[in-house]
Ligand binder design. Sequence first.
Ligand code: 6PG
Length: 245
Amino acid sequence: MNVQVRRFGDKEELSRAAAELFAKSAHRAVAEQGRFSALLSGGETPRRAYELLAREPLCSRIPWQGVHLFWGDERCVPATDRASNFRMARNAFLDRVPLPGAQIHPIVCDGEAEEAASRYETLLRNHFRSGDARFDLVLLGLGEDGHTASLFPGSPLLDERERWVMPSPGGHEGIMRLTLTLPALNRARLVLVLVAGAGKADVLRRVLEEPPPPRPLPAQLIAPTRGEVVWLVDRQAAALLKPDV
Ligand code: 6PG
């Protein structure tokens, strides 16, 4: 597995690079296989990159007719709730791009979490029934405790090897979430992890530069079998990393 760390002066530059990579991956995937399957992250960091997808020059460069969007995790709240990752993406770009609604696949977790997880897993497995069962692009963030998606440190979900979607009660707000598991997140050609801000400096150093402890941090377990991981980090988040060689 190839891991790269790309450093940017600030979050705006990082966001622009992430949006460019989204557009480039989409263009290549649609040209090569007729569709582009991307997994979106929640949280605040990717918001600006999402906004840039709905603006020129990128918007008209993305083959939206071939794009299929999924989410790496979601809080079990209504889609109109401020905590909803789908709501954030809808406000940031989905309401302003020519992407067919049938190709937007939010995680719906409005009832019993186990049943909602099973429903989303079926949707993913059906999508990947044909062709190379990998996301072309997976976007992830990094929590200050080392979580990614809704895989939290010490969670038994980190040991899951079969299921792709599971309930995750580990959120800090006490809200039940659904999350893709490592077997699903690592089914990726390209994983982009977006990390910005001084608050992430210590955890980024631990994830990238400390040997994995007996119970690795969730973000240390992002290792696509046949793919690469690119960490997009801004100057503040990279402040404790060894100097770039
Ligand atoms: C979520 C995300 C979560 C997020 C990190 C970083 O639903 O909150 O999946 O994993 O990426 O918590 O969040 P920020 O980007 O807001 O720092």
